[in-house]
Design a binder for this molecule. Structure first.
Ligand SMILES: [Zn+2]
Length: 256
């Protein structure tokens, strides 16, 4: 039973390498290639390598998917239009640099947005549904700490391999930061920090500060937002500020 579930589920055709496309068009097969962060880490078309969570037996890391369409124009992050390179340089790189774990993320320009990838030094194997479910929750908590789509897939996420082409706009996936491997323990420690002080951890990460002037929610003259572990406090207008309210100053609601 255990043996059957650890067998790679990915069909061999999904593991096609450069050789098969080298003769004719070097870009053949590059369009919309995906790379799994689970099981064998297969590269191939999404329909070839996608699996449901229940078929995931190991994780190689986790992905934070930054969709620039979700960044609120004129909001908390000074907007730089929809240029992923500019957003990386001005907002996302400094954000990642504020945390010892996130500094280790590999960052790829995915064609339209950014993929931050926390690669594990060795894949974590799941020997029960409970173990997988716990990792799925850890993944979601870490994803929520970044300005990413709250509905993005968790452990079933696929990135785009470097060199692949995003057919939506013809852009080629490039690596913006090489990153470095991390341990599962580092990711779990980050999860624990986020659980202990969700508001403070998120605001410090996104702004680099634990007291914001003016308050980013009302922007009233002379206002400030004190950043506490679980909530913020604006002494001018807003009173108590929840994490949802703070996030809504930075991100727009995901389109349905
Ligand atoms: Zn306020």
């Amino acid at each position: 039973m255990a043996k059957a579930t650890t067998t790679p589920i990915v069909p061999k055709t999904a593991r096609r390498t450069k050789q098969s496309s080298a003769k004719a068009d070097p870009d053949a097969g590059k369009f919309d290639q995906r790379e799994a962060l689970y099981n064998g880490g297969a590269i191939g078309a999404a329909h070839e390598i996608a699996v449901g969570a229940e078929r995931i037996t190991s994780s190689r890391g986790l992905m934070l998917d930054i969709d620039l369409k979700l960044i609120k124009s004129g909001g908390l992050f000074e907007t730089v239009g929809d240029d992923p390179f500019a957003f990386y340089a001005q907002v996302f790189k400094p954000l990642l640099a504020r945390h010892s774990l996130l500094k280790k993320a590999e960052v790829r320009m995915s064609g339209g947005g950014l993929h931050a990838l926390l690669w594990l030094d060795e894949p974590i194997e799941f020997f029960s549904d409970d173990e997988r479910d716990r990792w799925a929750i850890t993944t979601q908590i870490v994803q929520y700490a970044l300005p990413s789509d709250p509905r993005a897939p968790g452990i079933t996420a696929m990135t785009r391999p470097v060199g692949a082409i995003n057919s939506k706009n013809g852009a080629r996936v490039v690596q913006l930061a090489p990153g470095a491997p991390c341990t599962a323990g580092e990711i779990e420690a980050f999860r624990d920090e986020l659980n202990a002080s969700p508001f403070k951890s998120l605001v410090q990460l996104w702004t680099g500060s634990d007291r914001l002037e003016p308050c980013p929610c009302c922007r009233a003259e002379g206002s400030s937002l004190a950043v506490l572990d679980h909530r913020g406090r604006c002494y001018k207008t807003c009173g108590t500020v929840s994490i949802e309210t703070f996030v809504s100053e930075a991100l727009v609601d995901a389109p349905e």
